[in-house]
Design a protein around this ligand. Structure first.
Ligand SMILES: Cc1ncc(COP(=O)(O)O)c(C=O)c1O
Length: 452
């Protein structure tokens, strides 16, 4: 995949020319899909790119363009697109049935594999997404403690249900979505990342009312605000001391930061872990894993009174459906070999390092952050100022040029997830080199337009 920077055209013109069929599909989509897109993160001006197929680290769009992929199924595909073992397991399962409306052995093996890998997992309950996992974990914690408040961190992402909307984007005291009842938002207390005193102050303000603390252990919004490990240890001590359930949202970090997730990498064990993405091997799925005494709030006791009045209800038509279960089980068995997380991390480390070199070489202000197989490019002058003010503001720093950078990267054959993304085991030297060259070419285009 050679890169040639189109001269004499703007980034926008080059984008429109290269992705003409996507423009037409977007026009068509707007007639039948609200706003034309099915996930807010696909909101992209002037139009999103429509993909037709994917394999390994690559995907091909509706115009036949080949792209090195760093979205990787929003982080679900650490083994790359179309891993042969997962494809074979899925093909076989399709012939055996896709929904039994019944328990089945594969879900048991899948849960056993999660318990083997994830340090905090004594028991597991399956869901269909990360959003459902955090929603259920919060309900479990509230039921277990008999308390209602939940502490979360500014800038951390936990899906899109009502409770997750408070404190996600600045200004943190206003829910990120309209339509969230004020009582719901008020039950969520917002602390500041890496500041244990802000957590303690909230607990002191609401004595014996805090059910849980939930956070992304690898850092807010996929590592843009990196985690301080000592903070995680202090948080573990504080929550234990106050009888508060500690929830690690490992929807991204699970099976990526290490086979046992961020909790294995940092050696801090939460009470409950929420999982999705990699756990289901690239198919829809999620899980809540954790202490048996806490997850016991979900079990039937065979007592009508208790089962009706003292139990957490959880349903979900597609929970642990055979296809997601078999893909998840196959994926986790490969993850358990240890090398996939290490290999994806090595590629990402090389990528982060080289991207920083490109920024320096081109004299562009910005930085590249990230851990394990996650990277985030932050561009812009505001960065240092914002960092000095508050770590949470980092989310907003360097965001100005993100859309244009992503557009330029697409023109140069790379699909970034916003301003960064993931590496997988399918990202070898060739793909890393291509992304670095595309970054250099894209910065040149941005500089030409006075945007970097
Ligand atoms: C940390 C975290 N929690 C929860 C979610 C929500 O997961 P889902 O998109 O499967 O609902 C995400 C999604 O990106 C996430 O990154």
């Amino acid at each position: 995949m050679a890169i040639s920077v189109p001269s004499g055209t703007t980034i926008d013109e080059a984008f429109r020319r290269k992705f003409a069929r996507s423009a037409a599909l977007y026009e068509r989509a707007r007639a039948s899909i609200a706003g034309g897109i099915t996930h807010d993160s696909r909101n992209f001006a002037p139009f999103p790119v429509y993909v037709e197929r994917a394999q390994g680290s690559r995907k091909w769009d509706a115009d036949g363009n080949e792209l090195v992929d760093h979205w990787m199924g929003h982080g679900a595909l650490i083994l790359g697109h179309g891993h042969p073992a997962i494809q074979a397991a899925l093909s076989e399962q399709v012939t055996l049935g896709t929904h039994y409306g019944a328990s089945h052995e594969v879900e048991v093996s899948w849960a056993e594999e999660i318990c083997r890998l994830v340090p905090s997992a004594e028991w597991v309950r399956f869901t269909m997404s990360g959003t459902e996992s955090t929603m259920l974990a919060i309900r479990d914690a509230r039921a277990f403690t008999g308390r209602e408040k939940v502490i979360r961190f500014a800038g951390h992402f936990h899906g899109w249900h009502d409770y997750a909307m408070a404190g996600y984007q600045p200004p943190f005291d206003t829910p990120t979505s309209i339509g969230v009842p004020s009582d719901v938002a008020a039950s969520m207390l917002i602390a500041y990342p890496n500041r244990i005193e802000s957590v303690r102050a909230l607990m002191d303000q609401c004595p014996d009312q805090v059910a849980a603390v939930i956070l992304e252990p690898g850092g807010g919004s996929n590592g843009i605000i990196p985690t301080d490990i000592q903070f995680l240890r202090d948080l573990r001590d504080l929550t234990r001391e106050r009888g508060v359930v500690l929830i690690f949202d490992e929807v991204i970090t699970g099976f990526r930061y290490a086979p046992g997730g961020a909790q294995e990498r940092y050696e801090v064990t939460p009470d409950i872990t929420t999982l999705a993405k990699i756990v289901a091997g690239g198919l829809p799925g999620g899980a809540v894993a954790g202490r048996k005494d806490i997850l016991d709030v979900q079990t039937f006791k065979g007592d009508l009174q208790k089962d009706r009045f003292a139990r957490v209800l959880q349903q979900g038509t597609f929970n642990a459906n055979p296809l997601s279960a078999v893909a998840g089980l196959t994926c986790l068995r490969i993850i358990a070999e240890g090398w996939p997380t290490e290999q994806a991390e090595r590629s990402c480390e090389q990528l982060r390092h080289s991207l920083r070199e490109v920024l320096q070489r081109r004299n562009v202000q910005g930085t590249v952050v990230g851990e394990a197989s996650v990277f985030q490019i932050l561009l812009g002058d505001e960065l240092d100022e914002a960092l000095a003010e508050s770590d949470a503001n980092r989310l907003m720093a360097g965001r100005g040029a993100v859309n244009t950078l992503r557009k330029a990267m697409l023109v140069n054959g790379v699909d970034l997830m916003r301003s960064g993304g993931f590496t997988s085991i399918a990202h070898g030297d060739q793909e890393i080199e291509h992304t670095i060259n595309a970054f250099e070419a894209s910065l040149e285009m941005l500089q030409r337009e006075g945007l970097a």
